[in-house]
Design a protein around this ligand. Structure first.
Ligand SMILES: *Cc1c(COP(=O)(O)O)cnc(C)c1O
Length: 837
């Protein structure tokens, strides 16, 4: 076949010879000979279909497996070359530790990055199935809750695409994020057995397995030189089994790894029990071990302090660090003098911060370093990213729990704390209160370990995720730490990968962009600013509108299928999808829908624009108010959609089971993106960036990265409303929602309708907690305070939408200004200022 030579293992677009030269070692290296080029994709695919699968009619799921396995095979050579190159060149390595990686589907992204789309279509040509249908057969890898986990996934794509030696370390949860169903308007959680059909992308690599210790106790002994050592004994050991997933860069020949750990029982069953014939008892411990990686905790931005969660954190941290140290020792022996210069460990929030004492333990107890040397290494290797200011999200673990589960780790934390408190005492002489407030151990009848403090003390870098967030960390939550170590603090505003979130999810827009700008934007999103020169070009405006319109048709199809609600693509599509949380204020959005509904019923339709409102997102299963907000959205949607008088002006749907794949269809078809959190509460947001990239206009508060988006796009192209963070904290001292409601005609009407039971005629009183929260002087989220400002901003949205040309120009300007929110920009910041690669 004529295309064979282009295809074979080289899928990067780089000629094989050149790549071979690039990979040629300057130092002694692995002895493995390069293997024969593997078959082209269509041939591999046919082989997999023929030999791996059933006869006769082949189901989509099976064809997907065959294609995924073939694509993985195309990556194997480059994956191996990347590994060899990184270890031979003695490059600095980054380990990105995260309890969450919200990867979503891998096929479409891999085909894009490896430039295998055409070959795949060819391979599929003999089957009556489109590539798009096959992509739908892949189960989302939902190993994360929301923004934090998706950020980790975007970072992996950027690191690989920017040719950086970065490995993700996470947990291979048997059950990822639960699937959400809506039954009678209520959220019902269903387990997500994403591995049931197997995971074609992963490779089990048992030679990288390590064991992780739990429980037991510590003993000390003195060696021949008179040095005292600690050993951790009588432990219950768990095997950490390594699974690697490939992370292909965008057409550059690099394939990085995401290493996911699975917990399994070690082989040493209790022999005594075996001898007594108690086979089942002996095998039972297997289940205990495997529990550790059974399920992802479904709490976004809150902690529930469960013991199993701490076990997960330690399991990930210990296994990953052992793997990193093993590799180091393999190349450098026990000489750790250069370790900190060659390794960075980036902690994605405090979740893996137990890695701090674990690295100390490994260096001191296992590799025999002196405390000071080990501390010098640890504190020059660790870097911590903070993701939230919400107090309920700050992790603290009971000392008594740690004493039992991780006795040696607790001793080390106490030692770190004692030495660090000397420094605090030196900085604030005689200030006992300061010592208590800054201590890693929160004292009291039930003392706790403050994980964020541990992370700050041990890290050379502490970063926030948007300018406002970092500023609030420095002036509020971590003020004292900032005065102690100002040089540690820095900002890295989040970003999203333009491969998945534009090139892959919006092929029509990508094609239009490339036809006018060339294809450089895919790896240099700042090139989109060139779109500003086209905002007066009538034919370009027309094409832009056609693309958005076609995407709205697709989105409407999905909504009809998933929600049973007809969205008319001629109407404005107004969307809020994200985790359900009071601070994100889905409630404010619902109140506005009620306001519109009421206006329409009163016949006040003259300045309305026909609008379809979509809300979607999962609530933490134990979060009562979030679940009630879903129920309110469902009930209001029911009333809105069953009224024929309302139908021409307003439709409202709650989309079940919001996830990465859903977002890939939602953001291209959205006109208005709702980013309406209470100012000072959303650390950054990344959903806001996906929408902006795809030409949605934002209605939003001065919160998180919204502020920087507004800066980039200008006030004329952004619908700003509400109190700013400072005004919020001012008003909190004397917040009077009842007065605010009384003074707002519109809000009074909305509250009256809500209180009348209009939306819960058969379920009396169910929304009372919501009504009470809006009316409460303690309402943290100050929904009432921002209502009128929000309503007026929505009127401005409607007015703008009535002028299609102007609206489209604003849409183009949003995409044009989104370049700064590519995760490539974020990662360039990490690379230059934190990782120093
Ligand atoms: C981007 C994304 C998020 C984060 O959304 P925010 O609006 O920033 O909270 C959460 N979940 C999924 C599935 C996403 O794709």
């Amino acid at each position: 076949m004529s295309h064979n030579s282009e295809l074979s293992p080289n899928t990067s677009g780089v000629p094989p010879k050149k790549r071979a030269t690039k990979a040629a070692p300057s130092k002694p290296k692995a002895t493995l000979e390069p293997c024969e080029p593997c078959d082209a994709l269509p041939a591999t695919f046919n082989r997999h279909v023929r030999y791996g699968l059933s006869r006769g009619e082949v189901a989509h799921g099976e064809l997907f497996q065959a294609l995924a396995l073939s694509v993985k095979e195309q990556m194997l050579d480059e994956w191996r070359e990347t590994r060899i190159k990184d270890s031979c060149y003695d490059n600095k390595q980054v380990a990105y530790l995260s309890l969450e990686f919200l990867m979503g589907r891998a096929l479409g992204n891999a085909l894009l990055n490896l430039d295998l789309e055409q070959d795949s279509r060819e391979a599929l040509s003999q089957y009556s199935v489109s590539l798009e249908e096959l992509e739908e057969a892949e189960h989302d890898a939902g190993l994360g809750n929301g923004g934090l986990g998706r950020l980790a996934a975007c970072f992996l794509d950027s690191c690989a695409s920017m040719d950086l030696s970065v490995t993700g370390y996470g947990i291979r949860y048997e059950y990822g994020m639960f699937a959400q169903k809506i039954v009678d308007g209520y959220q019902v959680e269903r387990p997500d057995r994403w591995l049931r059909e197997g995971n074609p992308w992963e490779v089990r690599v048992p030679h990288h397995n390590v064991t992780v210790k739990f429980f037991g106790h510590t003993e000390s002994y003195v060696d021949k030189q008179g040095r005292r050592h600690m050993i951790w004994v009588d432990t219950q050991d768990v095997l950490a089994v390594a699974y690697d997933m490939p992370v292909p860069g965008y057409r550059n020949g690099r394939v990085n790894s995401l290493r996911l750990w699975k917990a399994e029982a070690t082989d040493d069953f209790d022999l005594a029990e075996f001898n007594q014939g108690d086979y089942t008892e002996a095998v039972a411990c297997k289940n205990l071990a495997e529990q550790i990686t059974m399920v992802l905790y479904p709490n976004d931005a809150s902690e529930n302090g469960k013991e199993l969660r701490l076990r997960q954190q330690y399991f990930l941290s210990s296994a990953s660090l052992q793997a990193i140290l093993k590799r180091w020792v393999h190349h450098h022996g026990h000489d750790f003098s250069d370790f900190a210069a060659k390794n960075v460990i980036q902690l994605n929030d405090t979740h893996p911060s137990i890695a701090v004492p674990e690295l100390m333990r490994l260096l001191v107890d296992e590799y025999g370093l002196e405390w000071d040397a080990a501390w010098a290494i640890t504190s020059q290797t660790m870097a911590y990213t903070n993701h939230t200011l919400l107090p309920e999200a700050l992790e603290r673990w009971p000392v008594r729990m740690m004493a039992l589960m991780l006795p040696r780790i607790l001793e080390i934390i106490y030692e770190i704390n004692a030495r660090y408190l000397d420094l605090v005492a030196h900085h604030w002489p005689g200030d006992g209160a300061k010592l208590a407030s800054m201590s890693i151990i929160q004292d009291g009848p039930d003392p706790h370990v403050r994980m964020a403090y541990l992370a700050i003390v041990a890290s050379f870098s502490v970063n926030g995720v948007a300018a406002l967030h970092t500023q609030l960390l420095k002036s509020g939550l971590f003020k004292d730490f900032y005065s102690l170590w100002p040089e540690k603090f820095n900002n890295r505003t989040n970003g999203v990968t333009p491969r998945r979130w534009l090139a892959h999810c919006n092929p029509a827009l990508a094609k239009l962009l490339t036809s006018h700008l060339g294809k450089g934007w895919v790896t240099d999103l700042s090139q989109l600013t060139a779109l500003n020169a086209l905002t007066q070009d009538a034919s370009f405006i027309q094409k832009w509108r056609e693309v958005k319109q076609a995407n709205k048709v697709q989105l409407a199809k999905m909504i009809a299928k998933e929600c049973g609600v007809e969205f008319d693509p001629a109407m404005l599509f107004d969307v809020q999808v994200k985790r359900i949380h009071e601070y994100k204020r889905q409630l404010l959005n619902i109140l506005h829908v009620i306001h519109l509904y009421h206006q329409i019923q009163q016949g006040h339709t003259e300045h309305l624009v026909p609008r379809c409102v979509l809300i979607g997102g999962k609530a933490a299963p134990g979060y009562f108010m979030a679940k009630l907000i879903i129920k309110l959205a469902s009930n209001v949607a029911h009333m809105v959609n069953c009224d024929p008088v309302v139908a021409p002006y307003l439709r409202f749907a709650f989309l079940p089971n919001y996830n990465v794949s859903a977002m890939e269809k939602i953001c291209p078809g959205t006109d208005v993106s709702e980013q309406i959190s209470t100012a000072g509460k959303e650390a950054s947001g990344t959903g806001n960036m996906k929408f902006m990239m795809n030409g949605a206009l934002t209605i939003g508060t001065l919160d998180g990265a919204n502020i920087e988006m507004l800066e980039e796009v200008g006030e004329d192209n952004f619908f700003l409303f509400g109190l700013n963070a400072e005004q919020v904290s001012q008003m909190r001292c004397d917040y009077q929602p009842l007065r605010i409601i009384a003074e707002s005609h519109a809000l009074s009407e909305v509250m009256a309708l809500l209180k009348s039971g209009h939306f819960n005629l058969l379920e009396p009183g169910i929304f009372d907690p919501i009504i009470a929260s809006i009316e409460s002087a303690d309402d943290q989220w100050m929904t009432a305070a921002d209502f009128d400002s929000y309503r007026l901003a929505q009127e401005a949205v409607a007015k703008a939408y009535k002028d299609p040309k102007k609206w489209t120009q604003m849409s183009i300007r949003n995409t044009a200004a989104s370049g700064r929110f590519s995760s490539d920009v974020t990662i360039a910041g990490y690379r230059d200022d934190i990782w120093k690669l």
